[in-house]
Design a protein around this ligand. Structure first.
Ligand code: NAD
Ligand code: MG
Length: 385
């Protein structure tokens, strides 16, 4: 059996943890090149030792001496800072898992793409912000982008080998988040603790809040638009509270293909790691008789305006989705810090979008400049509010 090499950007997060769980179970099949984290230095060092990584990178430079200390006695290289993250992402590996949260993952993900490697993409904000710049880089450098986001992984599997012009619809399923059955009055008072408690999935704080606002599904609509270029008018969203059907593709002959599975990110991650083959996961087989019912309903864009805001931003395209993403990141951080109420997140994103409409970015630097400017504007608009 051929040993494959892997780097994990964002190894201490929820996706990083699920990925390493799969590697741990198939230890002899993998060689770990680089592991990165932003500030959980003890955890990063522990993982680097356990998986005998070649390099451990900590984003926060002030933690470099502690990382070196934690790795003393090993021959694991320790580096730190944004440039080190980018360098680590560019190291040769059979697969690079892009699992940093937010636009902070964009430059490292682009470095992995520019090396022409295979990138398992969880970091949706990077693709939302960089859109055409990233997909053009994938083509130019002959990279392979494998979607890890469960919906996109489902669509990727349902589309295998088919002609995109045969597709009538791509339907993204959404759990609807923890507030899907709450009244508008109750949603206004939702707290960070309530927002991060997702009914079906265990995830990082930012994506959990995005699931509660439905910005997650809106960002995923933009993500799907770039990964599967069938046209925005063929992409739609349906609420499916059980999170068993992870997405669907309907063809022009009336056939709909769906991918089903447990609500466990190890399934789509394994699909990307083993692609085009398959690998074992420890997940329980799907017991549809025990689940009993699969239900579907239309999204409510009055209580949850985020999917409308994202669709409008995707239609405008260019630099607008990067503004949307940056404004959402700033608003989610403010909500988690107790500075703004839950429903202010969407209102705030709309305010920033109406205040800043940059020209389309032509390069990674352009996207990063738009992201920086949008954050500044989002922060000053929030102070005014
Ligand atoms: P998380 O918050 O649990 O982990 C984020 C990781 O990124 C950590 O390792 C952290 O150290 C690192 N990181 C954070 N800020 C950074 C920065 N400024 N610079 C460098 N590294 C930084 O997040 P997560 O839930 O694992 O999500 C990661 C990505 O995967 C997100 O884009 C999310 O939308 C996407 N995703 C997650 C899930 C899920 O189930 N968790 C599902 C689908 C997609
Ligand atoms: Mg998803």
């Amino acid at each position: 059996m051929k040993v494959r090499s892997i780097s994990i950007l964002g190894s201490t997060g929820s996706i990083g943890d699920s990925t390493l769980d799969l590697i741990r179970r198939n230890r002899s099949e993998w060689r770990v090149v680089a592991l990165t984290a932003q500030n959980r230095v003890v955890e990063l060092a522990r993982l680097a030792r356990e998986f005998a990584a070649e390099v451990a990178v900590i984003g926060d430079e002030s933690l470099l001496s502690q990382l070196r200390e934690e790795l003393r006695g090993t021959n694991i290289a320790a580096t730190a800072g944004q440039q080190a993250l980018i360098e680590a992402a560019a190291y040769s590996a059979d697969i690079t898992v892009a699992a940093i949260v937010g636009c902070a993952g964009l430059a490292p993900t682009m470095a992995a793409i520019e090396r022409g490697g295979t990138v398992a993409l969880a970091n949706k904000e990077a693709l939302v912000s960089a859109g055409e710049v990233m997909t053009a880089a994938v083509l130019r450098h002959g990279a392979t982008l494998l979607p890890v986001d469960s919906e996109h992984n489902a669509i990727f599997q349902c589309m295998a080998g088919s002609d995109p012009t045969d597709i009538r619809w791509i339907t993204l399923t959404a759990s609807g988040g923890p507030f899907r059955d709450w009244s508008a009055e109750r949603i206004v008072r939702a707290t960070p603790t309530e927002a991060v408690k997702h009914p079906n999935w265990a995830m990082g704080a930012k994506i959990s809040v995005d699931s509660a606002t439905m910005f997650n599904k809106g960002l995923e609509l933009i993500e799907a638009h770039h990964l599967f270029p069938v046209g925005l008018q063929k992409l739609r969203i349906i609420v499916h509270p059980q999170s068993v059907v992870h997405s669907m593709v309907e063809y022009r002959d009336g056939s709909t293909l769906a991918q089903l599975g447990p609500s466990d990110m190890r399934v789509p991650i394994a699909s990307a790691l083993a692609w085009p083959a398959r690998m074992d996961t420890p997940c329980e087989p799907l017991d549809l008789a025990a689940i009993g019912e699969l239900t579907f309903r239309a999204p409510d864009e009055v209580r949850f305006p985020a999917t409308r805001i994202c669709r409008e931003a995707a239609l405008l395209g260019g630099g607008i989705p990067a503004v949307l993403n940056a404004a959402n990141e700033v608003a989610v951080a403010a909500f988690l810090a107790g500075q703004i109420g839950f429903t202010r997140i969407a209102a705030h994103v709309e305010n920033v979008l109406s205040a800043y409409a940059p020209p389309p970015p032509a390069s990674l630097d352009d996207v990063l400049a738009i992201d920086r400017e949008a954050r500044l504007r989002a922060m000053s608009l929030m102070e005014l509010a």
